[in-house]
Design a protein around this ligand. Structure first.
Ligand code: DON
Length: 341
């Protein structure tokens, strides 16, 4: 058990904390749903769900955790993992950097010297990353992408055609970035094909619960804790979490790291995932966004969960327990099982 007994929780206490948090955050009325993709503007702004899945498969949820929505930018993390599996770290790093930009997710910028997009989490870097997915033609690439998502969620995956078509019809800003990258020879295959696959990956449908399982899979070194299936090679989880930590919340990444202290990724759907390595996946869904494109309630919920359970990665007591855990096989930091309560 951790020395700090205040960090230990029974499952019932975790569930009732989430329920209280859900009620208090429902009162937050700020933000605006994304409308630059017309199909996204149709979402009900009142939808709200919170889900935690532990690295050993325990689920805690409240609110609209089964409602399906399009994954949007949260997909970028998982596609980065697939690109790494396809080509290895050095090749992917030569094509897409790992530097935070401090700019908006849709900024049309490339690194001046290398002509690489800055990182796989901003749109330019995500399109370049998607263009690295191996496969013989668009169908095989899409199928590989869907298979990858299927391993993370543990069930079949569908693409929302209405959102895909809506984004493809209005995605000229992304198109501009993609053509700029083609100009610098940073994208190999047909640019419209790469964009098409990117728009499809953003339109993959997930629930808040699915996102929590995906986050828990990263927490569990790439193995889905519900199915036992490996979703990504363990060695690449480190890469994915590092980039999430520094770049996942865009031009809020620094303040997020400071306040919440967890690798995370947001999307204009209103979803946020956060990962507590070896412990927990967190997902929140609430469509109204702040000025940087992050869910207003999502940010507040993650901050409260991190604080309540002492999850900030640089919290000194937590770091100490990690070290001991590795040294002596100590119990998990958050003791959620009945025997340990
Ligand atoms: O490229 C786009 O505009 C979207 N498909 C995804 C953007 C997104 O979710 C950015 N996240 N905050």
């Amino acid at each position: 058990m951790p020395d700090d007994a205040s960090l230990c929780r029974t499952p019932d206490a975790v569930q009732s904390f989430l329920e209280g948090l859900y009620q208090s955050c429902r009162e937050l009325r700020g933000g605006k749903v994304a409308d630059y993709i017309p199909e996204l503007a149709k979402v009900d702004p009142n939808l709200f769900g919170i889900c935690l899945v532990t690295a050993d498969g325990q689920v805690f949820e409240v609110g609209d955790t089964a409602h399906l929505f399009t994954i949007q930018s949260i997909s970028k993390v998982f596609v980065q993992g697939l690109a790494l599996e396809d080509h290895g770290r050095d090749y992917v790093l030569a094509r897409v950097g790992v530097e935070p930009t401090g700019d908006a997710f849709n900024a049309i910028i490339l690194d001046e010297a290398s002509k690489r997009p800055y990182n796989p989490m901003v749109n330019a870097g995500a399109i370049a990353t998607t263009s690295l997915i191996a496969g013989d033609g668009p169908t095989e690439r899409l199928n590989r992408l869907l298979d990858m998502f299927r391993r993370y969620v543990g069930h079949d995956i569908v693409v929302d055609v209405a959102t895909y078509v809506s984004e493809r019809a209005t995605g000229d800003r992304n198109r501009a970035m993609a053509y700029l990258m083609r100009h610098f020879k940073m994208v190999d295959w047909d640019i419209e094909e790469a964009l098409d696959l990117y728009f499809q990956q953003c339109s993959v449908m997930v629930s808040c619960r699915d996102l929590a399982v995906m986050a828990a899979t990263l927490a569990n070194q790439g193995v889905n804790p519900m199915t036992g299936d490996r979703a990504v090679e363990a060695g690449y989880v480190r890469d994915m979490l590092s980039v999430m930590y520094t770049c996942g919340m865009y031009n809020f990444a620094g303040e997020w790291a400071y306040r919440v202290g967890l690798p995370a990724k947001s999307g204009v759907c209103g979803g946020i995932i956060a990962v507590v390595p070896d412990q927990l996946g967190i997902a929140v869904f609430s469509p109204p966004l702040d000025g940087r494109g992050n869910s207003v309630r999502g940010v507040r919920v993650c901050e409260a969960i991190s604080q309540e359970f002492g999850l900030h990665l640089f919290d000194s007591s937590r770091g100490c327990h990690y070290f001991l855990e590795h040294l002596g096989g100590k119990e998990r930091l958050i003791s959620l099982s009945k025997e340990n309560s």
